[in-house]
Design a protein around this ligand. Structure first.
Ligand SMILES: [Zn+2]
Ligand SMILES: [Zn+2]
Length: 124
């Protein structure tokens, strides 16, 4: 069959332009990048499942100190994340603030005041 097959973007399912390369899979760089991101995401999800099945959770993941839920940094959250959700991060931050009220703030103020005193000439 010599008839040209109509091709579709693998990501957004829109028809590809006829001017696109024969081996093009996506309608543009944006879709290619998005597809790549999501495939990396699913590869990580599968890796996480495998690790969990083998009892390797502690090697690749960590427990959220707030809710205790096990999660894997880099999958759905930042790689250096300590908490599994922004809500948990906020809760931890509030708890820290409540246990030592205003202390970080006062430190910062004292430090900047010292810098100002040293660097600013005394006014008559
Ligand atoms: Zn597309
Ligand atoms: Zn949590």
């Amino acid at each position: 069959m010599a008839m040209a097959r109509r091709r579709y973007c693998r990501h957004c399912r829109q028809p590809l332009r006829v001017t696109m390369r024969v081996d093009a899979l996506y309608c543009g760089p944006a879709c290619r990048a998005a597809a790549r991101r999501s495939s990396i995401y699913w590869m990580k999800v599968i890796a996480v499942d495998l690790a969990a099945a083998r009892g390797l959770q502690d090697r690749i993941g960590r427990h959220c100190p707030v809710c205790g839920r096990w999660f894997v940094p880099g999958v759905g959250v930042r790689r250096d994340a300590v908490y599994d959700t922004p809500a948990c991060r906020t809760a931890a931050w509030r708890a820290r603030r409540a246990s030592s009220p205003r202390q970080p703030l006062r430190e910062a103020v004292t430090e900047s005041a010292a810098v100002t005193d040293a660097g600013t000439p005394a006014r008559g």
